[in-house]
Design a protein around this ligand. Structure first.
Ligand code: GLA
Length: 374
């Protein structure tokens, strides 16, 4: 047993006064490229982080589920048979939402006692950084979903688990996100990217051997607040759906790069044209990056310009960056990063930078000096 697993087991035993039935884990994620494409039936290329969420769980003795975290924070309880959206909030909603999603899909599920831990902050830490909340939310959902399925005798495949977790996030937590995060959690594999077609849900593991090439992917949390993030995210989704309707396609994924100018000419205003241009060019960038990396022995440095172009498109066309993200990207590039971009939903949160291994500290300090704390 690793020390993290022993610690969560020991805490479960201390609090619930018996041994757990098991410990389940899911990783946090970061998206390499393919931003705001998942709800347009497009392509994404996330990877699992080494940081994980662990859940030690066992059937509850009483007819109520209890979820606690090893970080300071309250114990939250709810009944698996009746819990409804609006009843649980904060980080525990990601766990409770999974019970609701499985039950409302027609499954008979037991109540559980759960102790959550992770080397990504949970509980009190969760609300201190919205970026961390995003990275952790899907890991909580997926770890709890896998535990609950196992303890209910259900054997869904990984995609079905991801879809239950996504429903928990959309309909229980109330965040209208795509499926990227949950699929990244379920399919993430060391040394690989998860190349996901969000329409067919086909997954291909693309080798991504950074250390073998002397490289690192730096993840920088700007700690910029996600003010209005929910409303803005939902607003971008609505614009994309409206544009698809006007263009007579099922989703913006169906607009080809070589048909982009024709499509833009059909749209009524400049902001809408720019939203569409981002989605169409971003899908093309994902495919380019996958092509570059698929070639055996390809040098990952070659993908740098696509990462930086993605940021420019998110800043100028999709308009989801904030000054902190732009400054962090510029700081990383000025300090020698091969490419850098915001990652995730935007309006704050994290930046990634592809850097030479020996330059990691220098780039991190340059970014910190440029005004964006690590
Ligand atoms: C958030 C959502 C994802 C995705 C990204 C933007 O992280 O959870 O589904 O839409 O934003 O790419």
């Amino acid at each position: 047993m690793t020390s993290a697993v022993s610690a969560v087991v020991a805490e479960f035993e201390r609090v619930f006064r018996r041994v757990p039935a098991g410990v389940w884990a899911a990783p946090g994620r970061v998206n390499l490229i393919g931003e705001h494409t998942d709800y347009n039936d497009g392509f994404v290329l996330p990877l699992a982080l080494p940081q994980q969420v662990l859940v030690a769980a066992g059937r509850a003795a009483v007819g109520r589920s209890t979820v606690r975290s090893m970080q300071p924070g309250a114990s939250v309880s709810f009944a698996a048979a009746t819990v409804e959206p609006g009843e649980v909030d904060g980080w525990a909603a990601y766990a409770a939402g999974v019970f609701w999603a499985l039950r409302s899909a027609g499954h008979v599920i037991p109540d559980l006692d759960m102790m959550l831990d992770g080397n990504v902050p949970l509980g009190a830490g969760l609300s201190s950084s919205a970026a961390v909340e995003c990275a952790v939310a899907s890991a909580v959902e997926c770890a709890v979903a896998v535990a609950l399925c196992d303890l209910s005798g259900l054997r869904p495949d990984a995609t079905t688990v991801a879809l239950h977790a996504k429903r928990a996030e959309n309909e229980f937590v109330g965040a209208p996100t795509g499926v990227m995060d949950q699929m990244a959690c379920m399919y993430g594999r060391a040394g690989h990217l998860v190349f996901l077609d969000t329409r067919s849900l086909a997954v291909e593991h693309v080798p991504f051997d950074l250390s073998g090439h002397g490289l690192s992917l730096l993840v920088i949390d700007t700690r910029a607040p996600h003010a209005l993030v929910d409303g803005q995210y939902a607003e971008r989704r609505k614009s994309c759906d409206a544009a698809a309707r006007m263009l007579g396609v099922t989703a913006l994924r169906d607009v080809a790069l070589d048909g982009l100018e024709r499509a833009l000419a059909l749209l009524p205003d400049d902001p809408l044209r720019r939203r569409v241009r981002h989605v169409v060019t971003e899908n093309a960038r994902v495919l380019d990056v996958v092509d570059l990396l698929r070639a055996g022995g390809a040098d990952p440095r070659k993908i740098g310009p696509a990462l930086t172009a993605s940021h420019g498109s998110l800043r100028d066309d999709f308009e989801v960056t904030v000054a902190e993200l732009d400054v962090a990207v510029e700081g990383a590039l000025a300090a020698g990063a091969h490419g850098a971009r915001m990652t995730g939903g935007g309006f704050g949160g994290c930046v990634i930078a592809l850097v030479e291994r020996p330059a990691v500290e220098a780039v991190a300090h340059a970014v910190a000096r440029s005004g964006a704390p690590r």
